[in-house]
Design a protein around this ligand. Structure first.
Ligand SMILES: [Zn+2]
Length: 86
């Protein structure tokens, strides 16, 4: 994982929340295409978001899976990076 990954990872949440403009979104997606670790985190966060949104249909998501995802996301959040780009 490169030094710039922290910046991209912090933007994954913004991307999923629809808070990035098109230029930032394009840049982030280009990075995800060439950085498997970041793509992995993106997919996990996307999955978690989908699970939360469908919380009333949680029978389709085993509790163990939810817990594993939550733990992964919590780990990312605990080591939260600040965007260094000005
Ligand atoms: Zn990366």
């Amino acid at each position: 994982m490169g030094a710039e990954c922290g910046d991209y990872l912090s933007r994954i949440y913004e991307l999923l929340d629809g808070e990035l403009d098109e230029a930032a979104r394009t840049k982030l997606q280009a990075h995800l295409d060439e950085c498997p670790p970041c793509l992995d985190e993106y997919q996990l966060d996307k999955l978690l978001k989908a699970l939360v949104q469908r919380s009333c249909a949680c029978e389709q998501a085993p509790d163990t899976l939810r817990v594993q995802i939550m733990q992964r996301i919590m780990t990312v959040r605990v080591t939260e990076f600040r965007p260094s780009e000005g």
